[in-house]
Design a protein around this ligand. Structure first.
Ligand SMILES: [Zn+2]
Length: 182
């Protein structure tokens, strides 16, 4: 099942493209322009975010946007061009939660081939309990592990990251988790 709409027109010259295996030894079908021969490669996108914590609590945001409107998530979003993974995670946390925080280490790397995405979450130490969420968030608040609304978590990558976070916290050490969400 396609998760992105197919490319219709050449990014270089605007002609209609055709999907075929290019003649350069490639083995996958690509959108190839019959007019100018540009090959359009389509690759996974990075989603970057944070696990903002304060003591035993973690900050979650209630989504004011689809998909998963009204569900809880960690602050995260698509990485932009011209920014690093850390900068992207920082920007999303700022935009979605309006939190004061310090970025820490990378925590989870989750491949989601079904939708062509790789999600990266960093730990972030909150410096204040005051949040100023942007328009994408209905509410931003802190939860202890017992309070986490596990049935209302927006995405599996967020659930897996939260589970690993609390497990590692109990063990008193954090490591990087590399997970495949199939
Ligand atoms: Zn073209």
């Amino acid at each position: 099942m396609p998760f992105r709409s197919p490319i219709k027109h050449c990014r270089n010259c605007g002609s209609a493209v055709v999907y075929r295996v290019p003649d350069d030894g490639d083995t996958r079908e690509r959108a190839v322009c019959p007019a100018c021969a540009t090959i359009h490669y389509e690759n996974p996108l990075n989603v970057v975010g944070t696990v903002p914590y304060l003591g035993e609590q973690v900050l979650l945001c209630k989504r004011n946007i689809e998909p998963a409107w009204g569900k809880w998530t960690l602050p995260a979003g698509f990485m932009e061009l011209n920014e690093t993974a850390t900068e992207g995670a920082q920007r999303e946390t700022d935009e979605e939660a309006g939190a004061q925080f310090e970025m820490e280490e990378l925590f989870t790397v989750l491949s989601v081939p079904r939708v062509g995405q790789v999600h990266l979450f960093f730990r972030a130490r909150l410096l204040s309990e005051r949040f100023d969420p942007g328009h994408e968030t209905i509410e931003a608040r802190l939860f202890t592990e017992q309070q986490i609304p596990w049935e209302e978590i927006a995405f599996r990558t967020v659930r897996e990251t939260l589970q690993r976070y609390f497990e590692d916290r109990r063990q008193g050490r954090f490591r990087v988790h590399i997970l495949d969400i199939l």
